[in-house]
Write a new protein. Structure first.
Length: 110
């Protein structure tokens, strides 16, 4: 492997690692106001909703125009399970996994 390529890989690793590591090291959590902590606690669920919601309506066919009723049920079922799990304040990983599990069971039975 060329020497320059190794330095590029090391540089890219540092560029992606430092922004994630520095806030954990430099920011004390007891100095953050409770309101801001509550807002930051809900950010993963807001991001999940922003990523998933548009895809609910274009699940399998890839286009809203070509969508069948089964596609719509599939999308709404997955989104509904994810919403319910997030509403119950489950961990983000469990929100995603519960939705995947329900959709896997639905796709096997129907």
């Amino acid at each position: 492997m060329p020497n320059g390529l190794i330095w590029i890989i090391v540089g890219m690793g540092l560029v992606t690692y430092l922004p994630r590591m520095l806030p954990l090291v430099l920011i004390r959590t007891d100095a953050i106001p409770p309101f801001i902590q509550a807002v930051l606690k809900n950010v993963p669920f807001a991001v999940l909703g922003a990523l998933i919601f548009p895809s609910i309506f274009i699940i399998q066919s890839g286009h809203l125009v070509n969508m069948t009723v089964n596609d719509l049920i599939f999308g709404l079922l997955g989104g509904g399970v994810a919403f319910l799990a997030a509403f119950l304040e489950w961990n983000l990983v469990w929100v995603v996994l519960s939705s995947i599990l329900v959709l896997a069971i639905y796709s096997i039975w129907f």
